[in-house]
Every structure is written in C-alpha cells, then in structure tokens.
Design a protein around this ligand. Structure first.
Ligand SMILES: NC(=O)c1ccc[n+]([C@@H]2O[C@H](COP(=O)([O-])OP(=O)(O)OC[C@H]3O[C@@H](n4cnc5c(N)ncnc54)[C@H](O)[C@@H]3O)[C@@H](O)[C@H]2O)c1
Length: 253
C-alpha cells in the first residue's frame, strides 16, 4: 500500500521549489493534492507538470483570511476532506541589519510566514479528519540566530510557537503537528539570499555557507520532501510537537 493512499493534502507555496517537489512525492504515494500559491499561471504550470486528476490548484494569498477559507473550501469541494496540511508558503525578506531593515518588509515577512501559517491552521483544522497531520515549514532560522535577516529569523521562530501550541490543542483528535527546519536548500530562495549577503558574488557566498555545513553542501528540495512525507504518513504516528531539523549538521556547529 502506498504511504498516502486515499489521503487529501493541501500544500501552500505549492508552485514553489519545496512545495512542488513535495506534491510530486505525495502524488506518487497515492495522495490527492491541492496546490495553493499566489499566481494562477505558476500554479497552472506546476499542475501541468505534475499531471493527472489528483492534483488541483487554488490561487490564494495566505495572508488573507478570505483566501485561506476559500482554499480550504475548494479542497473539501474537490476531494471531500483534508488529511495532511503542508503549511509551507514563505518569503525570505531582504538582507539588512535590523537598524536598516525596512519596517514594511518586516510586516510583510511576518504576514506571510507567521499570520499565513496561523490562518492556515485556524481554517484547515475544522475540516481535517481526525488522525491528520500538519507540517509547518520553519528553517534552521527558526532555531538559531544569523545576522542581517532579523525578520526571517523572527518569523521562523514564531512558526515553532504555532506548532507547539496547536500540537497540544489538536492532540485529543490525534491530529499531529510538527515543524521542519531545513538548512539552505539549493533553489531560488537561496540564490536571492546569497545575492543579498554578497551582492554580485552570490556563488562565493554559497561556497562560504557550504563550509559551515558539516556534510559540506546545501540540501536538495527532494530531501526536505522525504522528511515531509514521513511526517505526513502514519510512519510518524507517535511524533507530534517536534522540531525536525534537516541541515547536514549545521545546527550542531
Ligand atoms: N530555500 C531554502 O533555503 C529554505 C530553507 C529553509 C526553509 N525554507 C522555507 O521553505 C518554504 C518553501 O520555500 P522554497 O525554498 O520552496 O522557496 P520558493 O520561493 O520556491 O517557494 C515559496 C512559495 O511560497 C509562495 N508564496 C509567497 N508568499 C505567498 C502568499 N502570500 N500566499 C501564497 N503563497 C505565497 C511563493 O509564491 C513561492 O511559490 C518557505 O517557507 C521557506 O521559508 C526554505
């Protein structure tokens, strides 16, 4: 039997790197998947690439309550229920010391990464089957400090707070809630941050960052997806309220 046979999953940030690759894995494991992201054209492209009847999409801004309620309702209309919520949409903000960090960018990062994650749980939970699984994407930035990305660090720590609070609230229904904490992943978001750390020298910034990771490289998005699949499936049925670090050893340094 496939690991997500007959399960319905919502993936926010579903047109992005980690979201789309996780959707592919979920589909291979028998799930029906609702992709949620900002732009219709990116979602259409992602759904076309994934293919088949078991993937649908909903364009929504996770910071807006009415959009969140719409993506939950669309999922229930399309597939009848929700079993897995991969609460994953996020933005990196900019790279600047806190003294120069634009307040409006701080507000935007908190709106997407914290309020978006909170609203998602708030509206998914009532439509989720008992024994469901919620996986929130935090980061090593949700466990450790790092200079010049204060809004991102703050937001990813807050994701742990949402996870811990709801793990206790949802436990009577045997719904599990965990967070994943990747180190840098080899994709668009890191290209943007590398450029911010060392304008014009992104490749050199990447090499420096890789030196800080004991296993010597960034994560691949597929590796994050494998961890999310484990947390989504019954293989992790006694795991709730945890911070799952996936970082090549970065956070022990
Ligand atoms: N890339 C990394 O190195 C890394 C490391 C640790 C954690 N993360 C986290 O992983 C998650 C996925 O990021 P990714 O690496 O796939 O990057 P990505 O930029 O490819 O994907 C993020 C997706 O979220 C979507 N999104 C942004 N704002 C939204 C909004 N308001 N409403 C709906 N969708 C919105 C974007 O359109 C994008 O498709 C994020 O939460 C990110 O913070 C990434």
């Amino acid at each position: 039997m496939k690991r997500l046979e007959n399960k319905v999953a919502i993936i926010t940030g579903g047109a992005g790197s980690i979201g789309q690759i996780t959707a592919r894995l979920f589909l291979e494991e028998g799930a029906k998947v609702m992709l949620v992201d900002l732009k219709e054209d990116a979602l259409q492209k992602a759904a076309d690439e994934l293919g088949g009847q078991n993937v649908q999409y909903c364009a929504a801004d996770v910071t807006k309550s009415e959009d969140v309620q719409r993506y939950v309702n669309d999922t229930v209309k399309a597939f009848g229920k929700v079993d897995v919520f991969f609460n994953n949409a996020g933005i990196e903000g900019v790279v600047k010391p806190i003294t120069d960090y634009p307040e409006e960018m701080f507000d935007r990062v908190i709106a997407v990464n914290v309020k978006g994650a909170w609203l998602g749980v708030k509206y998914v939970l009532p439509q989720m089957n008992d024994r469901g699984s919620i996986i929130n994407t935090s980061s090593v930035a949700g466990i450790n400090g790092s200079p010049n990305v204060s809004a991102y660090i703050t937001s990813k720590h807050a994701v742990v707070g949402i996870m811990r609070a709801v793990a206790v609230e949802a436990a009577p229904r045997k719904i599990r809630v965990n967070s994943v904490h990747p180190s840098p992943v080899d994709n668009r978001m890191m290209r943007s941050l590398e450029e911010g750390f060392a304008p014009g020298h992104a490749e050199a910034a990447k090499k420096e960052l890789e030196k800080t990771i004991p296993l010597g490289r960034y994560a691949e998005p597929e590796e994050i997806a494998q961890l999310v699949l484990f947390l989504a499936s019954d293989d992790s049925r006694f795991i709730t309220g945890t911070t799952q670090v996936i970082d090549g050893g970065l956070s022990v340094m």
